[in-house]
Design a protein around this ligand. Structure first.
Ligand SMILES: Nc1ncnc2c1ncn2[C@@H]1O[C@H](COP(=O)(O)OP(=O)(O)O)[C@@H](O)[C@H]1O
Ligand SMILES: [Mg+2]
Length: 353
């Protein structure tokens, strides 16, 4: 049995449909990320699962319990929502203890669990502070501690790390993941940050305009994006519109021909080809491997980015091809702005949509 089941859920605001026929099965103990651009319906979907917003159509189940019409406090879900404020007149510890007191857990057990939860978010030293004496990021961590302290059946988190700086964000996300997996807590984590989703989730639900584009593991989403939208949203991508032509060739709209991998899935619905920048290498024309896909152009930009250098090659069609070269021994390219160079990649790195 799934931990959470969404059956054809729809949300309408008047004549506007913001979540359109979403179905999903989430397994016990799974860490799911809802990922998509701002306005695609992530928060609305999470609020329906939490019971904070009515469902216009469809059903929501927790295990075999139909919770579609159940108020939030009966769903046994830990929530961290944007703008879900702390109680300003209670200390940090009292805020975290609140849910346990409501559940009539005894004082000793409550005290222990509160400190465990605060230790997890690295705020045990501030247990006696008032929320007004905390930074935004610290308040967000208190909210997280408050949501996990009573070990709810499911954890629903809407961009819970958004107010943290990069280093703390990384630390709290690592700790959250460890805790979630230790407790086997079924978790839905909303984010618009692809790196965060890729690094934290068991499976990612990519959403666009109120619908699911793809559900898969981070590797599936990144290596085998189901749609052009997913390929472009997750990671930088070089895209060429066109169609497969005969055996093993992709012909772009501008007339360029690229070799395709043997056995490529070239049905008539394919209308675009893509390759990730990290798969692209820049080489002098004389060094191109026979039969490898390649395209010549002139180097328009060289952008140093620490671990890698990004090269932008302007090609004859007027478009560009981006290559990411790792700054390691043997990985560097010596091209400079204005040089002629050839972008090439292994046929196996080609993605078709
Ligand atoms: N109460 C509401 N009334 C009308 N439209 C809404 C309401 N809440 C959200 N929306 C719209 O629904 C869409 C999805 O919003 P939201 O779920 O907040 O997106 P996300 O969290 O992915 O950024 C947006 O276009 C938003 O403007
Ligand atoms: Mg949102």
């Amino acid at each position: 049995m799934s931990a959470i089941t969404l059956k054809n859920i729809v949300k309408r605001h008047g004549t506007l449909t913001t979540v359109n026929d979403m179905s999903l099965d989430i397994r016990h103990g799974e860490f799911i990320a809802f990922l998509g651009p701002s306005g695609c319906g992530k928060t609305t979907t999470l609020r329906m699962i939490a019971g904070l917003t009515d469902v216009s159509e469809g059903r929501i189940l927790f295990g075999d319990r139909d919770v579609t019409a159940m108020p939030p406090y009966l769903r046994n879900a830990g929530l961290v929502f944007q703008g879900y404020a702390l109680f300003p007149h209670m200390t940090v510890a009292q805020n975290v203890a609140f849910g346990l007191e409501m559940r009539k857990i005894d004082e000793v057990e409550t005290g222990k669990r509160v400190m465990d939860a605060l230790r997890l978010v690295k705020l045990d030293h501030l247990a006696g502070r008032m929320p007004g004496q905390l930074s935004g990021g610290q308040q967000q961590r208190v909210a997280l501690a408050r949501a996990i302290v009573y070990e709810p059946e499911v954890l629903l988190l809407d961009e819970p790390l958004s107010a943290l700086d990069a280093k703390l964000r990384y630390e709290v996300r690592t700790d959250l993941r460890r805790l979630q997996s230790d407790l086997g807590l079924t978790t839905i984590f909303v984010t618009h940050d692809q790196d965060e989703a890729l690094s934290i989730a068991d499976r990612i639900v990519v959403m666009s305009a109120g619908s699911i584009e793809q559900v898969g593991t981070p590797e599936e989403i990144y290596d085998r994006p189901a749609t052009r939208f997913v390929a472009e949203f997750i990671g930088a991508t070089n895209i060429f519109a066109g169609r497969p032509e005969g055996a093993g060739v992709f012909r772009t709209e501008e007339g360029m021909a690229f070799a395709l991998p043997a056995g490529a899935h070239t049905n008539t619905s394919v209308s675009a080809m893509a390759v990730r920048p990290e798969q692209v290498r820049l080489v002098p024309a004389a060094d191109v491997a026979p039969n490898a896909p390649s395209i010549e152009g002139s180097v328009e930009d060289v952008i140093y980015r620490g671990a890698l250098t990004e090269y932008v090659l302007r090609i004859a069609s007027g478009g560009t091809v981006t290559a990411h070269c790792q700054n390691v021994e043997g990985g560097r390219s010596d091209f400079r702005r204005g040089d002629r160079a050839v972008a090439t990649w292994p046929t196996s790195a080609t993605m078709l949509f």
